[in-house]
Design a protein around this ligand. Structure first.
Ligand SMILES: *Cc1c(COP(=O)(O)O)cnc(C)c1O
Length: 410
């Protein structure tokens, strides 16, 4: 059994001819809508990023960290009892077992290595639930770089354990009190700070923001599908599944999961977005289902907005999916029909979280539970011999307060 991820990689472009153009557009979506003051900064970032994409020295350094620091490869685990329940073969890609508990560290480490190459000494980041903030603060501690994390004040109060972790790691947490005090506002504040301090490096946590971030974050997460390929080959004798499934907040764990399969028509790709209380309830974050085209945080994409272009406040039980936009690549993939997207409501995600816990002894993050809930949506199409791969993007420790509230009804 070969566990040497260093020799198995394919650092090539994911979207092929139908993919990103030179200006960072995926069809109608993407681009770089940034103030003039950031133009030079973003151009230098683009040049540095495209230079490392095929750089063997960079890759060796990055893959060494993924292996020895993050603990990769993450297992591709055959979930026997879950498979029996759904009458097919379900494999779980265990990003929950990574250092810091989710897939976010893959991207934070890739970007921090790039920042170091560019000679940067100060890192900024935005965070919602705090997972990306913790991953970035971790990477900064590892590299000895200064770290400032912008976080809505509401989230600072809701996710205090992650705030304390970031502080222990040496980061400065800046509570944001503009707008609704949540992720969208933290991102606005990070961009504002970046404009006044264009010398710092902004580590964005998902496949959102101006070009090249959506492409770059997807690229750093593509190690997920790179591993799925050889792990499937090893375990089932072919390197592709019949179904791939993941949850989409901004879209990074999903893009990492799909990356090397986007041009493989044998693979059906299904995404979960957060339905909240239901897509017609006004309490939702189902951007692909109900969004319209607009510009947010430097990128043209689908957004939840009213007729005047004011962003509608999103709602989901899961802080990591609670974003009013969506990565432009996912807007594009849904539009051309390459992915099918189902909104998953809070109660469906909770059921799926308890189901996985009781059948497999794995407590998933509530975000990941949205991906697991897809099983019920598509089970009628499963065949006995199908191979289904679902990414478990994170572990449920951070969600225990939420889960505990539902103990009596389960
Ligand atoms: C942040 C987060 C997500 C959502 O972000 P994506 O960029 O869509 O992957 C999903 N799951 C977990 C565990 C997270 O921490």
């Amino acid at each position: 059994m070969d566990k040497n991820i260093d020799n198995k990689s394919n650092f090539s472009s994911p979207l092929g001819a139908g993919g990103i153009d030179n200006n960072g557009f995926y069809g109608d979506f993407g681009g770089a809508y940034i103030p003039e003051i950031l133009h030079g900064t973003v151009e230098r970032l683009k040049a540095a990023y495209f230079a490392i994409k095929d750089d063997a020295t960079f890759k060796a350094e990055y893959y060494d960290l993924l292996k020895n620091y993050v603990g990769r490869p993450s297992p591709l685990y055959f979930a026997k009892r879950l498979s029996a329940e759904y009458g097919t073969n379900i494999y779980l890609k265990r990003e929950d077992l990574n250092h810091t508990g989710a897939h976010k560290i893959n991207n934070a480490l890739g970007q921090i290595l790039l920042a170091k190459r560019m000679g940067k000494t100060r890192i900024i980041a935005e965070t919602g639930a705090g997972q990306h903030g913790v991953a970035t603060a971790t990477a900064c501690a590892l590299m000895g770089l200064e770290c400032i994390v912008f976080m809505g004040k509401t989230d600072v109060e809701r996710q205090f354990l992650n705030v304390q972790k970031m502080r222990m790691l040496g980061a400065t947490v800046e509570p944001v009190t503009s707008g609704n005090w949540t992720l969208k506002d933290a991102t606005n504040e990070a961009i504002r700070y970046w404009c006044s301090n264009p010398d710092c490096f902004y580590i964005i946590g998902s496949t959102v923001g101006p070009h090249p971030y959506p492409d770059m974050v997807g690229f750093f997460q593509s190690v997920i599908s790179e591993e799925i390929k050889w792990q499937l080959k090893e375990q089932v004798g072919r390197d592709f599944p019949d179904y791939l499934m993941a949850c989409v907040g901004g879209g990074s764990n999903a893009m990492g999961t799909y990356y090397h399969y986007l041009n493989d028509e044998r693979v059906k790709i299904i995404s979960a977005e957060a339905g909240g209380m239901g897509i017609d309830s006004g309490e939702t974050a189902a951007t692909i289902s109900i969004g319209t085209t607009g510009i947010l945080h430097g990128s043209k994409t689908l957004l939840m907005q009213n007729e005047d272009g004011q962003i509608t406040e999103p709602y989901s039980i899961s802080a990591g999916l609670d974003y009013p936009g969506i990565g432009p690549a996912h807007a594009f993939l849904a539009k051309i029909g390459r992915t099918k997207v189902h909104p998953i409501n809070d109660d469906e995600a909770l059921d799926a979280a308890f189901e996985l816990t009781r059948l497999e002894g794995i407590i998933p993050a509530i975000e990941s539970a949205h991906a697991l809930a897809l099983l019920k949506k598509v089970k009628d199409t499963f065949k006995l011999n199908d191979i289904v791969v679902i990414t478990v993007s994170g572990r449920g420790d951070k969600d225990m307060d939420t889960y505990v509230k539902y103990f009596p009804v389960i």
